[in-house]
Design a protein around this ligand. Sequence first.
Ligand code: UDP
Ligand code: MG
Length: 319
Amino acid sequence: MEPDMDFKPVLGIIVPCYNEEEIIGQNLAILHHFLVQNIHDQLLSDKSYIVVVDDHSKDRSWAIIKKIVTEHKRVKAIRLAANKGHQYALLAGLCEFSAMSDCLVSVDADLQDDIGVIPEMIRKFGQGNEIVYGVRSRRSHDSMFKRISAMAFYRLLNLLGVNVLFDHADFRLTSRRVNEELKNFQEVNLFLRGIFPLMGFNTAVVYYQRKERKAGKTKYPLRRMISLALDGITSFSIVPLRIITFIGFAVFIICLVLMVYALLAYLNGRTVAGWFSTVLPFYFLGGIQILCIGILGEYLGKIYREVKRRPRFIIEERL
Ligand code: UDP
Ligand code: MG
């Protein structure tokens, strides 16, 4: 189906930003140029804009953003009152600007994701897709470690029954309808990549090559990647809890067998058993128990945070 040529959607580009002073100025200029070009090419409405969500940067980012906002009428910005992390910065942008757009595209401030495919996203949106996922077709610029850990991450999530798209991060187009529905997902532990596939709707995919980060450091060191992975798993899957049940069951069966063995040994008068067979299950069960309590605790912690229903982000300033 050919897109409706008369329909020029109002696009909002959401750019989460945390301590990106080295690149934010330059990348906003690139985005701005891109937006103007596409408005000129009649693909987008003249009302389209860019929103920077400053995740309470501690460097000069906010000062740079402020200056750009005064110079360009198509650039808006909000600043969160505290550093809440990438997912919450994105959520803030999506919730705040949903009503002011036909669709929103989220893209990282480092522009590692190729904005050149946004026109294709817009076309697929025009064809009736409510969500268009950007998927990395090649990640040769990422480090070996990042590629392997990312691969393991997606595999593990799928294995645990979490529906996520392989090699899709947070570069996606979402329609206003989807963004409005997103507001009904009230979870405090946020893993956006898991939420959108849950919604349904007509969706499409565009492929792009992920570029390298030109300057600045990644804000996802190992610690944060593990934390995101845990959030993804425990927010969308209870398979780990099932695994505990299975372990418990297996250990129970083994214990039954050992009980019979112990009874027979007693009846045969061989009651002084070896040191090894006493100490091994002791360590083994101790380890398993602590591990299982840890998994339970992980879920308990989630519930604890969820029931409090604290606000997920607080906006300090709007420009
Ligand atoms: N980011 C954020 N808050 C944070 C950490 C990161 O808003 O606490 C932003 C960051 O500025 C960037 C995006 O999230 O625009 C993705 O971060 P990064 O590029 O460091 O992640 P990577 O591409 O290495 O996975
Ligand atoms: Mg990046």
